[in-house]
Design a protein around this ligand. Sequence first.
Ligand code: GLA
Length: 385
Amino acid sequence: MTLTHSVTKVFQDKFGSEPLLLIAPGRINLIGEHTDYNDGFVMPAAVDKCIAFAVASNGNDQCNFYSIDFKNSFSFKLSESTPGGSWFHYMMGVADGFMKMGLPISGIDCVFGGNIPTGAGMSSSAALCCGIAYAFNELFHLKLSRLQLAKIAQHAEHEFAGVRCGIMDQYASLFGQAHSALLLDCRSLTHEILPINFVDAEILLIDSKVKHELGSSAYNDRRAACEAGVYELQKIKPTIQSLRDVSNEDLVLLKTKVDADVFIKCQFIVNEIERTQQAAQLLKANDLVGFGKKMFETHWGLSKEYEVSCAESDLLVQLAQDSHNTVFGARQMGGGFGGCMINLVKKDAIEEFKDQIKKKYVASFKKEPDFYSVDLVDGVHVQQT
Ligand code: GLA
């Protein structure tokens, strides 16, 4: 049974009415990591790992959710939203976002289920929030734009889950386009479509099975380091608003103003913003070798400078780099500390590559990685039954 069939069936059994069906995809990110909250560039794409929702308004002020995957339900009154660490706090955060904008929402019934691996750097929580935001918008005819929905979904992460994330994941889940990546400018919040149709390469995700914990303070700490750098530079150059505005000469100045750790973090971000723009040019020129090199550079920067990698991720990327005839580029994807590596692999060598990786990873870490092939798909949408 497909995801949409199962959510529909469970919804009908539980609530006895006909639901609206929505699909909200997870995302990959080709390059541009931790640059979104620094007004930089990112290159995400929505993928066919997604969450399906069956939803309907219920005419009262209570929201009733059932998660097929967690096999549990949760109800809350719209006036009773509180922050916290469970899946339903994301729903509360989304509802709160609409209410803070003074928009007339009321209760909904919802059954949802999906196949985005959690804690794997594929933004299952963004898909959850974006799907629910889209549902409120549809059910109550609010006519908010996709960008407004992305910001409501981000509000849920910031204020309810306590993660001060950027906008990349929500934007990708809502604006994704089939067979394409987005070159998203996180300052102007506009994007360019980059068609992805590699002739002899394929995107392969390798899940280290190390669950990253974005909620853990490390993500917010990195963001704070970036802000500390900007704060110091602003004293000298008030026009600087974010690391996007920082040049190499500014970095030289910064080095004398902040401790080594803050400096290295800021330097990585300035380089990563630049690298992402260069990578976009290489992709447009169909230079996969050049593009792949940038991916490796990003990874080792994430590992040695930004310090958001782990031994498992580093091994997977090193193995990919050592087989350079097979893999154009590889790097850890998303917030960090494990999760998935994104690899650009030669099509004809993919099975052999997987075998090699599996053997060596098991030998080092006594656990098997998972492999996911993904198709690039459209962002959140209504699904006809
Ligand atoms: C997480 C966040 C994003 C982004 C990435 C790192 O996925 O939700 O906003 O910062 O980490 O690039």
